[in-house]
Structures are given as C-alpha cells and as structure tokens.
Design a protein around this ligand. Structure first.
Ligand code: ASP
Length: 436
C-alpha cells in the first residue's frame, strides 16, 4: 500500500487532536484527562526537536562554512542573508500596516469587550510589561554583547542562546578554512559524518510527528479560553491572519518563483511539513531541525547556504512576528483612542523590525516585544491585555510565516550563489516518495 505523505499524516494528527480536544472539554475532568494523557506526547515531540537543535547547528554550520572556499565567500553569504532578511521583514510590517489602517479592526470592539479584556487580563499584561522593561533597561549595545558567549558549554546548554552558539561555530568554521587542508580534513570529515547522523535522527523524530501534533493540538483546544473572546476580537485576529496568509501563500512563493526560478507549488509542497510543525509548536527554534531537513533534502539548497541562512533566520528573521506587531500596535491604539501620526507609523516600521529581530524563537516572544513597539509610539503598554486572549492561535500562524520566510530566503541566496541543486523532476519525485 502506498504510504501517506508526511504532511498528510501530520494534518490528520492535527485534525484528530482538535476533534478529541473539543470533545473532551464537554466532559467534566475532560481537560484534565487531555493534560494528563495526551499533552505529554506533544511535549515529548517538542523536546526531541529541541534536543537535536544545538547539535544540528554545530555539525551543519561547521560543515557548511568549511566547504566555503575562503572568507570572502562567507562575507558574501553574510551580507546577502542580512540584507534579504531586513527586506522581507520591512515588507511584512508594511503589509501589516496597510491592512490594519484599511480594515480598522479597533472600530469593531464594543465598549464592553474593551473593559472586560482590560480588567481580566491586566495581571498578565503587567507581568509582560515588567519583563519587557527589564530587557530594555540594559543599554543600547547589550544585544551585541549578548551574542558573544563567555563559555561555549554555557551557551550550548540553553536553546535560548542559539545566536551565541552560532557565533562560536562561525568562528570555528573560519579557523577551519584558514588552517592547512591536511589538518582540516579529519575535522571536516568528523562533522560531516555527525551531520548525517543528526539528519537521520530528524527523519526518525518526524515519524513521531503525527502523534506529537495530535497531543499538542488536543491540549491547546482543551486549555483555550471560550469562543466568545475570539468573536469579540475577530476583526483583529482576521486582519493578522489575512496578512500572514498573503505572505505565506503569495509573497514567498512568488519570491521563490522570480528569484530562485522554482514553481510556487514545488516550494509549498517541499516546506509544508515544516510549516505544520511550526503551527503546532509555535516555535521557530523547535521547528529548525525540520526546516533544515526540508530545505536541504526537498528544496535542493546546498548545505553551505542552508546551514548558515536557516539557523540565523530562525533567531532573527521573523516576518510573521513583525507583521503581527504592526497590526496589534495599531489595533491597540485604535481601541484605546490614540491617534497615530505618519511619524508614529514610520516608528512602527522601525521598531517592529527591530523587535522581531530581538524576539526569541519561542512561543509568545512576539507579544513580549510588542510592548517595546507600543512604548515607542506612546501607547499604554498595558493595552496588550486586549489581545492576550487570542495570542496563542495567532502565534501559531505567525510562526508559520517566520519559518516560510527563512526557507524562501535560503532558496534565493542559494540560487544567486549557484548552490541550488536542480534535481530532475523525476529524481525529486522519487526522493520525495522515498522520504515520505
Ligand atoms: N513564536 C514565534 C516564533 O518562534 C515568535 C513569536 O512571534 O512569538 O517564531
């Protein structure tokens, strides 16, 4: 019997999770049952992905950089990566701003919803504001200081320090390029072999993906607040979702078509499993292993490019987050009755771009950084209380955009540098079937 493609298996897992979660909440103790018996499978799945993230970055980035002929190639890659990441992020914020200023979702919120939200989520909002202020109070160059670790094992001991690990690994790779080839060879061979092992482990973890997403979504539905809140904030949530949809279904596939010469459907089909994992986990960092595997093995990007562009993208390139921050900031201003000037809107472009770069690749990070955007335009940061209730589903959607953006940029850069394999369609198809 023909085996069902991986993305279909994951979609079935998600649908079953939503179904079971919605049935369970109808029973007394149902939510607890889901939390006790289904949620752990989701947690195990996320843990396995996180477990593999740091070893994957180390082996694949060292191998990728060592394969570059010289330092000039590395700087070429670096400049292109950062330029494209900034361009896609600014485009995303702009799309968000145009949408939110046209739809004006703030006008759809009744006075009652406004007071209800502000009072019921004020505690959580204060918590976020305090956390954001603590992060901000550190000095302007602190983000730069934070990238340089003082101990490699310290950095590698937390997935939140991904940029620090990348910093060390790039240094290591540069050293490897600069030493005599006969000395570099065994080191390269070791990391190349290790990288193969890790990629194989990811294949094995992905066999578990349908069960993992089943557990994650069942728990999410069982633990989510009532549907009324979604209706009250429907216009806002819809504006974010439409913006993200434009990015994921049109903007990136068209970028790939025009700048990497690949068909939109080829791109979307290749990246779909990573998108589904991003949706289920709300974390670009947890999704990174799947993104790397899909981009290298299904979209044809050579390791030299993917191993550099994707881990950096997972931590700094968050188009979905920046679009969401733009929409949310203007929405909150609309509801609270603040009029935003053109200068405020330009400030949003700048701060949402920076805030998305600074946001960690974990669930809810975008909401925390939104406070920085609100403060920059003089809107009361406690206004995040208005949107906290619908943040999780939007987080799931924006993480999909974040991951898709990284993948599309890696394809464009690979094309520009002659590192995009162009497998014969038949060969690609066989490879695809074999893998799935
Ligand atoms: N969850 C998002 C990510 O990991 C970040 C955010 O917007 O909260 O990509």
């Amino acid at each position: 019997m023909k085996k069902l493609a991986l993305h279909w298996q994951i979609i079935i897992g998600m649908a079953a999770g939503i179904a079971v979660g919605s049935i369970a909440v109808r029973f007394e103790e149902g939510t607890q049952w889901v939390v006790n018996w289904l949620k752990p499978w989701g947690t195990i799945f996320i843990n396995m992905l996180k477990l593999i993230a740091i070893p994957l970055i180390i082996t694949s980035l060292i191998k990728g950089i060592a394969d570059l002929k010289d330092i000039t190639q590395l700087s070429k890659l670096g400049i292109r990566t950062f330029s494209l990441y900034i361009i896609t992020t600014v485009t995303a914020v702009t799309i968000g701003l145009v949408l939110v200023n046209t739809v004006k979702p703030g006008k759809f919120v009744s006075e009652k919803t406004r007071t209800d939200m502000l009072s019921s989520f004020s505690d959580k909002a204060t918590e976020k504001v305090t956390a954001a202020n603590a992060a901000q109070s550190k000095g302007p160059l602190q983000p730069l200081v934070d990238v340089v670790p003082d101990n490699f094992f310290g950095a590698a001991s937390s997935n939140g320090n991904m940029l620090q690990v990348i910093f060390f690994v790039i240094f290591f790779g540069i050293g490897l390029i600069l030493i005599p080839p006969d000395k570099a060879q065994p080191v390269k061979a070791f990391f190349e072999g290790s990288n193969e092992v890790i990629l194989k482990i990811i294949d094995i973890i992905m066999l578990f993906a349908p069960i993992g997403v089943f557990g994650l979504l069942a728990a999410l539905v069982a633990e989510s607040p009532s549907a009324d809140i979604f209706v009250a904030l429907g216009a806002y949530a819809l504006t974010v979702v439409v913006g993200l949809g434009l990015l994921v279904l049109f903007f990136y596939p068209l970028l790939v078509k025009f700048f990497a010469g690949k068909q939109p459907l080829f791109f979307l089909k290749g990246i779909a499993p990573a998108q589904l994992v991003a949706f289920s986990t709300s974390s670009s960092a947890a999704t990174l292993p799947v993104t790397i595997e899909r981009v290298e093995e299904h979209l044809g990007v050579e390791k030299e490019v993917s191993s550099f562009v994707l881990p950096i993208g997972a931590t700094v390139n968050m188009d979905g987050t920046s679009l969401y921050q733009a929409v949310a900031a203007v929405f909150i201003a609309q509801v609270l009755g603040n009029d935003l000037t053109l200068a405020d809107q330009l400030t949003i472009i700048l701060t949402a771009t920076l805030a998305s770069i600074g946001a960690a690749a974990v669930p809810g990070a975008g909401l925390l950084m939104l406070i920085v955007v609100l403060e920059a335009i003089g809107v009361n940061p406690a206004g995040v209380a208005l949107i906290i209730a619908v943040d999780r589903p939007l987080d799931m959607c924006r993480t999909v955009a974040n991951v898709t953006s990284d993948a599309s940029v890696s394809m464009i850069i690979a094309k520009q540098l002659g590192k995009l394999r162009s497998p014969h369609p038949q060969e690609w198809d066989d490879n695809y079937k074999k893998k799935n």
